[in-house]
Design a protein around this ligand. Sequence first.
Ligand code: GLC
Ligand code: CA
Length: 577
Amino acid sequence: MNRLFLFLCLFLLLLGCARNTEPSTAATEVASDDWWKEAIVYQIYPRSFQDTNGDGIGDLNGIIERLDYIRDLGVTAVWLNPIYSSPNDDNGYEISDYRNIMADFGTMADFDRMLAGLHERDIKLIMDVVVNHSSDEHEWFVQSRSSRDNPYRDYYHWWPAERGKPPYRYSLFDAEGNAWKYDSITNAYYLHYFSQKQPDLNWSNPALRQEVYDIMTFWADKGVDGFRLDAFQFSAKDTTYPVFEGLTETNFVDYYAMQPGLHDYLREMNERVFSKYDVMSVAEGAGRNFQDAHDLVDADRRELDMAYAFDGVDIPKYGGYELRTMKEVFSRWDREFAEDGWLSIFLSNHDQARMVSRWGDDRPEYRAPSSKLLNTFLLSMRGTPYCYYGDEIGMTNIDFDEIDDYRDIAARNGYRKAQAQGKDIARFLEELNFSSRDNGRTPMQWTDGPQAGFTTGTPWLPVNENHAQINVAAQEKDPRSILQHFRALTKLRRENPVLVYGSYDLLLSDHEQVYAYTRTGDNDRMLIVLNFSSESVTVDLPEAEDAAVVINNYPTFDRQGGELRLAPWQAVILRRG
Ligand code: GLC
Ligand code: CA
């Protein structure tokens, strides 16, 4: 009897231990493996976030000043556009020293303080890695162009002029659209898919690859938590430079993306860098098709964690877009990644015009509800959301009408090209006014005061006049502001794994104004209803009957059974038990 009792106690004790240890180990494992799936990423364009020394350029000390603001947004990771030394032909997307901080932005000591400040607040840091190309002012290129037998010659792509003109390559930023630039020093052409100051690196050279891994290791050792690989899908090139029959300005991805060697390079990068640290990796560009995208990100490939495709952000055009196309594209991508791989969800970034101006309605009466609706979409879809600075307060496009107002090399050289091609310039400027990347790069609107509190000097790009109405200070005070709604959404996502992992099912697929879907987990189900229009709309959605409202961008929700009367840009998340 006694022995039996002891035995039973021992058994229960062991069971208890097993119970106690098991879930907690499992939980830590899940958290460390999958934090990047659960992350809410906030993208900061450092040049435009907060200036602290009056030179009109945002800086790292500015980010440090705003760390509590970033924490209070409820985001869990920050992605910074490039902050390394750069001559700024393309705002830092051409690096002249990968181990240094751009003087405009501060010093390495500032960086270390910023990183420590983020980590103290449990926020991860993702760095932009620009290694499809470097700056032409990088020491490697200075060496490379100096003579044909320089040890750095093969760090770049050269075509000796005695072979005649090189086969046509399209350049995205060149005023003539030509990606080969003649260099008289060695009587040869070098390749630049982007601007002339962005020569492409030669990834087929193992010495160059090792340099890049060493650079990434340098930053990983500093404690950064992830890398965003800029334009990486273009890195691999056939160095025999064959003729690309049929290459045009619009189909270059088919010729440039995912060339042989790319997956080998990524596997090598993974082995030498990613696998040694708890870092996440995301590539800009997901290839030409779903197979390419899976080959980049499926776990068994040991390449990347995520990539992001452009199919989504390419939808809104000057003149509008069809909601049905949006639903079809986002649903197709979700379906394709339902089992393997992982997605990124974004509606804007530094290469796009402002989210609310492209996807919503930025007229004063609809700006707030449509911004809130778009944030609801971002934060309730499957995949890792990337939220762009300023979208949490509904910043809009700026209204430039002269080419000299623009700073972006893509706009300025695009204008010269349009002129050379005899295009309708008025029309070109009208479209640029809507779609220019500078729209998405204007300074953060902190207050209604001078220069929106961004700088005491002259900002590098004008502050939008509407900072009098759209600014953080005003929205801090208003419990129904876009900002407060954003905070509520991040909290909801952090507290409800169903919004991260739950399966996604589209409802009302053909509806022209309402985007509705469910997110379903093992024990939980959310219903998201979004009226993507500036009109009131009535829909029948039996799923919504009796479901509890979790978040709503209007004070009321008009529902008779399963019949919903949605206000313009109304966005509601409901829970079905
Ligand atoms: C990526 C960046 C973009 C940059 C280009 C060249 O597309 O997002 O801003 O201009 O690469 O580096
Ligand atoms: Ca500054």
